[in-house]
Design a protein around this ligand. Structure first.
Ligand SMILES: [Zn+2]
Length: 347
């Protein structure tokens, strides 16, 4: 996989994603489709909390949400002649899977070995270091559905550091066609400024992430943890479906995990002030943020926030870490914007 000689980031990252000044990371083929950088421990912790409430069905829901949006992502990548070639030649199919699975390596999903492929029937293999196996099966189903133009089903067997996965054609219609759809209400401007790499144009700030192409991992060296790049609509669609199905435990889990994570960012010294929270959120595609106020009362304004609960929890954790006291928040929401005011409890 080719990398930029100057900043070391795989070329494919800059080809398929754009770091925008409004705190989002759209894909060139569809600006409404947002990508984001998500911490692996955070998504796993949320899934574990929800599993305790919903049971193992939670993993299937994550798979479904990802499947749908991965299909859209691949459809966008395969627009035009490339897609025609892939879908109409006998050898094109397998090669396309290999190419697209390489993309998933660059996105930090793990290292994949394709072992089974029968056109319009099944595709399967082993993933080493999966970021979160159900999401990965969703990705492969998305690729299958985009290339084969058929509904799919997926299964997996976790084996610790690796997993066996299989995606097969599903007979009948896609019963979830109308579910797991998340649409952004509005996109507001921002003025995130990055220092572009002179060679590839990507923000130099991304150099804090180290790509290990052999392993299929991305490490945030500042926080010393694994991250991955995914469609934020996918994750939001899953959270939304879950909230509709089981209510309050869902926002609670998202807020709690992010609160603990925000606190941890301060403890690790990754966030030393609200400015770090603002820059970090933008770089990860979670939205464009500004802040004002003083130590007793901090107002954070987010344009294009990724999930309200996610942002709220993280802000509360950072506040607590910086101010040394638990915070209480009031939240105002408008299309495309979120305003969070935090005051110290009892203050
Ligand atoms: Zn570069």
């Amino acid at each position: 996989m080719k990398r930029c000689k100057e900043c070391g980031i795989p070329d494919i990252i800059g080809r398929d994603q754009v770091w925008s000044s409004d705190g989002t990371i759209p894909i060139p083929g569809d600006p409404t489709f947002r990508m984001g950088i998500i911490e692996v421990p955070v998504i796993r912790a949320i899934a574990a909390k929800l599993e305790a409430i919903v049971g193992p069905a939670i993993h299937t829901m994550f798979m479904e949400g990802k499947r749908k949006n991965a299909r859209h992502y691949i459809d966008t990548l395969l627009k035009g002649p490339l897609g025609f070639l892939v879908r109409h030649s006998n050898s094109g199919g397998k090669k396309a899977y290999q190419t697209l699975l390489q993309t998933s390596t660059a996105l930090g999903y793990g290292h994949v070995i394709l072992e089974v492929y029968e056109r319009k029937t099944r595709v399967g293999g082993t993933i080493h270091n999966p970021y979160y196996t159900p999401l990965f099966v969703g990705d492969v189903r998305g690729v299958f559905e985009s290339i084969e133009r058929l509904p799919s089903k997926g299964s997996w067997e976790d084996k610790g550091e690796s997993a066996k996965i299989l995606v097969e054609r599903m007979d009948g219609e896609d019963k979830l066609a109308k579910r797991f759809v998340f649409e952004e209400k509005a996109r507001l401007p921002g003025n995130m400024k990055y220092s572009p790499c002179k060679t590839c144009g990507l923000p130099k700030e991304l150099m804090r992430f180290k790509w290990n192409i052999e392993k299929g991992t991305i490490t945030d060296t500042k926080a010393n943890e694994r991250v991955f790049i995914a469609g934020l609509n996918d994750i939001n669609a899953v959270f939304m479906e879950l909230e509709e199905a089981i209510g309050d435990p869902v926002p609670s889990a998202i807020i709690e995990v992010n609160h603990d994570y925000g606190l941890e960012l301060v403890r690790k010294g990754v966030v030393t002030g609200y400015g770090d929270l603002v820059r970090g959120a933008g770089l990860k595609g979670l939205g464009f943020t500004s802040f004002s106020g003083n130590r007793e009362r901090v107002k954070l304004t987010f344009n294009n926030p990724f999930n309200k609960h996610y942002i709220l929890g993280r802000s509360l954790g950072v506040f607590e870490g910086l101010e040394g006291t638990k915070g209480e928040a009031t939240v105002k929401e408008q299309p495309g914007a979120l305003e969070i005011t935090i005051t110290g409890r009892g203050g």
